[in-house]
Every structure is written in structure tokens, then in C-alpha cells.
Design a binder for this molecule. Structure first.
Ligand code: ACO
Length: 399
């Protein structure tokens, strides 16, 4: 067997870091996390204050440009985004070409890739005007694409955006409005969704953001980089966990097994059984976002007049897990995904849309990181090393 230390000495490598547990790939001034204390700040502002007082677009500006916008800057940003919501009519054909039942995350990433073909002449990373324009385009169009992915999955007609509506209200109407009928946005739902989107806006060098950076480091444009980020987010260990949590809760309920029994199966590491929505690479304390989402869950369900036994099940699961030595020793706490699904479900989103909602929330972070990387003179193409453990040279067998 191969001795890794010898291999490292021979090849001059000083680290072998599976999963980049202890390797910084960049400097960044965007988001600060203290995982031991459960602290998250965007550009210095605590997440709790932003979730309470800010809007999704204001926080997006903050992440991308480093300071809170003035009232005029925010109004201008909002206005430009509203004016860029339309998709090229031809792009709609793209949705109809996909199979019924296509997962909305796959539709989302593919459509963002396809979007790049319309803006090839205006997507030069070295041109600041192109970069700024594509920030606006992506923020404006991603929610529309997401809503069309939803409509496609339920066989309903696509609505045109209504640019008299705010970012979040427009998105809700595109998802839940139906052709030729008025749609009144529920303010409870609107504020709750805005809050959830703010909580998702950035999380420093997570897997999808690192993907956006890696793709961006090759000189690829924002569409290609964001599309790759969406793919990375789709995995169940990352953004896909919010969908997986709801599936897990429904399975526990349907199986009739007790929550305690399920926790035992998790602890016994039964094949494929994990407590989804628990654990985090960085947080070894309660995820501050999860705390806020948990507070919201009760409030939103009550205000929307929805009761969901899955919320009670989630709380029971959390309580049992948090008092169990297995989870205590490993410092496993609920992460942001644990309670979001229950709220999205109460709003009427199908579970396959949950990770899409995460993607819309995370977009400003991806754009902020792409821009930071693009402006940083230290940027080099990302190119990890490997330790080769395969066969030494051998002869190709000739007859
Ligand atoms: N359920 C049960 N055990 C767990 C869980 C979990 N959710 N998470 C970690 N563990 C255990 C591991 O089995 C391991 O135990 P061991 O030491 O006996 O081998 C120990 O805790 C450490 O876990 P790692 O997998 O090494 O931690 P890592 O930092 O690599 O993974 C991750 C973090 C991927 C988030 C993991 O906790 C997980 O899979 N959680 C469930 C999926 C999830 O909720 N993902 C969303 C993350 S947040 C986000 O992306 C928005």
C-alpha cells in the first residue's frame, strides 16, 4: 500500500486536504463566520440585524459593493432590475423542450447556461460595464427562470413579470398567479420569503461559491460561473438538503417508526440514513440562520393559517438529537436547511422547488464573490494539486 507521507515528501507537497477542511483558497472581505460562536456577518453587519431590517436587494448591494446603498442607489438598482426581468421570447422554447417532471434545479442551471448565448457580445469579464450589466441581468432573470421551471413542472402557462411589483412580490406572482386572473400578494408570505432569501444570500467559501470562484478564475463569464454554482448547490449535502429534510420527515411520518428509532438508525450509520439538515463544516454551534428560521416557522405557519405535523416532527427530532451524546460529541446542530422546507411548503412551493429558492437567495453572494475575484490582482486560475497513487509506467500490450 502507498505511504502518503512518503509520497508527499517525494512530490514536495506539504498538504493533502480532502474536502479543503483546512486550506484557504483566497482572501475575501465579504462574509465573516465564527463557527464556534455561531456568528455570521455580511460586510460586518450581523445577519440578525439584516434579516430584521433590510431587504433582499439592499443586502445584495451590500454584499456586492461593500456598503449599504444610499436611498438613491437602492432605488436605481431596484429600477434597473425591474427593467431587465423579461426573458428573450426564444428562451421560452427551451423550457418546452425539457421532459415533464424535469427537476427544477436542472432546469434552472441549464437555462442560466442558455442565457449566456444571448449575451455573448456583452459578457467580457474585463469590461466593467458588462460585469455590472450582467449582475443586473442575473438578479432580474433568475427568479423568472425559477418561476418558469416551477410552472413547467406543474403544467401551467408562464406569466410575464409585472414590473410594478417588488422583487419578492413579482416572484410570488410568477409562481402562484394564473393567467388572466388577478393575484394579490399575501404580505405575510412576502415578508417571510424576503427574510429567508436574506438569510441565504452569502456564506463565504461554501461548495457552490467555491465552484463559482473556480469557474470564474478561468476567465469564464458570470453566466457560466453561476450556472456551475447552481449545479454545485443541487447536491443533498449542500443546498439540496432542504428538499432532503422534508423527504426525511415525510418518510419518518409514513413509516410509523418513532423519532427515537430513526435517531438510533442515524447513530448506527445505517446505509443512506443521515439526519438531513443537521451538521455543518463550519458551524460547531447552532447555525444562527437556523435559529432565525426556526423562529419564523411558527410565526409564518400561524399567520398563514397552516398547521403541519411535519413541523412538530422536526422539533421533536431536534430535541432528541440535541440531547443525545452522538450529536453532542460531534457538535451537530440544525443548519439553515432544517426548518426552511416546512415554511416553503406552507407557502405552497413543491419540495422540488426548495433548492431553487436557495439558489435565488444565494445569487447575490455568488455575484459578489465572482466580482471580488475578478477585481483582485492576485487572482490566478484555480488548479488544485493531487497525489498520484496509480500505476507506474507500463507497456501497452501489443499482440
Ligand atoms: N447526521 C448524522 N451524522 C452526521 C451528520 C448528520 N447530518 N453530519 C455529520 N455527521 C457525523 C459524521 O458521520 C461524522 O461522524 P464520525 O466522526 O463518527 O465519522 C462526523 O459527524 C463529522 O461529519 P463529517 O461528515 O466529517 O463533517 P463534514 O464537515 O465533512 O460535513 C456536512 C458537513 C456535509 C454538512 C454533514 O454534516 C452532512 O452531511 N449533513 C447533512 C446534510 C446537510 O444538512 N447539508 C446542508 C449543509 S448546510 C448548507 O449547505 C446550506
Amino acid at each position: 500500500s502507498i505511504d502518503i507521507s512518503t509520497l508527499m515528501r517525494e512530490t514536495g507537497h506539504t498538504t493533502l486536504d480532502y474536502g479543503f477542511v483546512n486550506t484557504a483558497s483566497t482572501t475575501s472581505a465579504i462574509t465573516y463566520i465564527d463557527g464556534d460562536q455561531g456568528i455570521l456577518r455580511y460586510r460586518g453587519y450581523p445577519i440578525e440585524q439584516l434579516a430584521k431590517n433590510s431587504s433582499f436587494l439592499e443586502t445584495a448591494w451590500l454584499l456586492i459593493y461593500g456598503e449599504l446603498p444610499t436611498a438613491d442607489e437602492l432605488a436605481g438598482f431596484d429600477d434597473r432590475i425591474r427593467r431587465h426581468t423579461l426573458l428573450h421570447e426564444d428562451l421560452k422554447q427551451f423550457f418546452t423542450a425539457l421532459p415533464d417532471g424535469a427537476h427544477p434545479m436542472a432546469v434552472l442551471s441549464s437555462a442560466v447556461s442558455a442565457l449566456s448565448t444571448y449575451y455573448e457580445h456583452q459578457s467580457d469579464p474585463a469590461n466593467p460595464e458588462h460585469v455590472e450589466l450582467n449582475i443586473i441581468r442575473l438578479l432580474a432573470k433568475l427568479p423568472v427562470i425559477a418561476a418558469y421551471a416551477h410552472k413547467k413542472s406543474i403544467g401551467q402557462a408562464f406569466l410575464y413579470p409585472d414590473n410594478s411589483l417588488s422583487f419578492v412580490d413579482n416572484f410570488l406572482r410568477l409562481n402562484f398567479g394564473v393567467m388572466s386572473e388577478p393575484y394579490d400578494v399575501d404580505p405575510v408570505m412576502s415578508r417571510a420569503l424576503e427574510r429567508l432569501l436574506i438569510l441565504h444570500e452569502d456564506h463565504e467559501q461554501n461548495a457552490s461559491t467555491s465552484t463559482v470562484r473556480l469557474v470564474g478564475s478561468t476567465g469564464a463569464d458570470q453566466f457560466a460561473s453561476v450556472s456551475a454554482g447552481i449545479h454545485a448547490l443541487s447536491g443533498p449535502l449542500h443546498g439540496g438538503a432542504n428538499e432532503a429534510v422534508l423527504k426525511m420527515l415525510a418518510q419518518i411520518r409514513d413509516s410509523g417508526q418513532s423519532v427515537q428509532r430513526f435517531v438510533e438508525r442515524v447513530k448506527n450509520k445505517e446505509e443512506g440514513v443521515k439526519l438531513m439538515g443537521f451538521g455543518h463544516r463550519v458551524y460547531k454551534n447552532y447555525d444562527p440562520r437556523a435559529k432565525l428560521v426556526k423562529e419564523s416557522a411558527d410565526e409564518v405557519l400561524r399567520e398563514l393559517g397552516v398547521t403541519d405535523p411535519l413541523l412538530d416532527l422536526a422539533k421533536e427530532l431536534e430535541e432528541i438529537a440535541l440531547s443525545d451524546d452522538y450529536f453532542k460529541e460531534r457538535r451537530l446542530y440544525p443548519n439553515v436547511d432544517f426548518y426552511t422546507g416546512v415554511i416553503y411548503k406552507a407557502m405552497g412551493f413543491p419540495s422540488r422547488m426548495f433548492t431553487v429558492l436557495f439558489a435565488i437567495g444565494r445569487l447575490p453572494g455568488w455575484l459578489a464573490h465572482w466580482r471580488e475575484l475578478n477585481l483582485d490582482p492576485q487572482t490566478k486560475i484555480g488548479r488544485p494539486q493531487q497525489l498520484f497513487t496509480g500505476s507506474p509506467e507500463r507497456e501497452y500490450p501489443t499482440a
